[in-house]
Design a protein around this ligand. Structure first.
Ligand SMILES: [Zn+2]
Length: 308
């Protein structure tokens, strides 16, 4: 009798599987790009929600009290890092009093740690003059190679939290990487004829994208990352664009089009709103769809503008 009870207890303890017993991993990300990649890797073993929306400037997100509640219940917090969220996230994580998701905590992941980050600062690190990229360019997710690195880091973090589900996360990671590999080949082939196309962008959101797909970014509407356009900088930019015959200005969806449009009128360049994030446009509904959308938009505009 006692032996039967012991076996029954053991059976109860062993099944259902540990993951099921623990419930789904509750994942919060700062951006929709990270949420999209987490979804690919986590499948039905996680729930995931992004704090920022893809149509918002990720540097300047309104810190809502509801975010604190979400962070209180989170098992994992994934951030872009490199100070992208410095203006809004730290007070929220502190106020959540959730030890797991504080920087350095077991449930915290800074996705930039394994990514290739461009524009690393030389010498002393400072946010002087309002530059919002003091630790290198934080828009590194716009290179599918970094997408793979982020996915791997996320799979490792999930497996740390749910050891029993490691094979599941690794399988999902492998599937995502192979889909991304295939898509990347297609994107590179589509962009190849337009290699070296000169563009101007509003903010420094696209250096990783430009490096991967062969665009030549020759200037920015912002004088420095996070600093609004000034009349003198705009005049200098117009002169430079005329000199180099630049026919495209890429603008993130959350910036005012007034200055870009005046630059377009002065230079004959087309102003193109290009979402740098999943959810920045309805069609950019996941990580692969974001590149599909942006590349299609760019190629159509380059052909139309005869920008090469
Ligand atoms: Zn930025």
């Amino acid at each position: 009798m006692r032996r039967t009870i012991a076996i029954l207890l053991l059976a109860t303890w062993l099944s259902p599987p540990a993951a099921q017993a623990q419930g789904r991993l509750n994942v919060i990300t700062t951006t929709e790009d990270l949420a999209a990649i987490a979804r690919e890797v986590g499948g039905d073993r996680i729930t995931v929600e992004s704090l920022a929306k893809g149509y918002q400037d990720p540097h300047f997100v309104e810190a809502k009290p509801s975010f604190i509640l979400k962070l209180q219940k989170a098992d994992v917090l994934i951030a872009v890092g490199r100070d992208l969220e410095i203006g809004w996230l730290p007070p929220l994580t502190t106020q959540s009093r959730n030890a797991k998701i504080q920087p350095g905590g077991s449930g915290y992941l800074d996705a930039s740690l394994t990514a290739q980050v461009l524009e690393l600062p030389q010498g002393q690190i400072t946010r002087a003059m309002g530059d919002v990229h003091p630790l290198g360019n934080p828009h590194y997710w716009l290179d599918p190679e970094n997408g793979k690195r982020i996915a791997k880091a996320i799979a490792d973090k999930f497996a740390e939290q749910r050891a029993a589900d490691r094979p599941y996360f690794e399988q999902r990671l492998a599937t995502f990487v192979s889909r991304l590999d295939e898509a990347e080949k297609r994107w590179l082939a589509t962009m190849a004829p337009f290699k070296g196309t000169k563009v101007v962008t509003y903010h420094r959101s696209f250096p990783n994208f430009a490096e991967r797909f062969g665009l030549d970014i020759v200037g920015y509407v912002e004088p420095r990352p996070g600093i609004p356009p000034t009349p003198q900088h705009t005049l200098d930019l117009i002169a430079e664009m005329k000199r180099l015959n630049v026919k495209l200005v890429l603008v993130e969806p959350y910036f005012d089009l007034k200055t870009p449009n005046s630059i377009g009128r002065a230079t004959g360049a087309e102003v193109l709103v290009v979402p740098p994030s999943v959810g920045g446009e309805k069609e950019a509904s996941d990580y692969i769809a974001l590149f599909d959308y942006d590349i299609n938009l760019l190629v159509t505009a380059i052909k139309k503008a005869g920008a090469r």
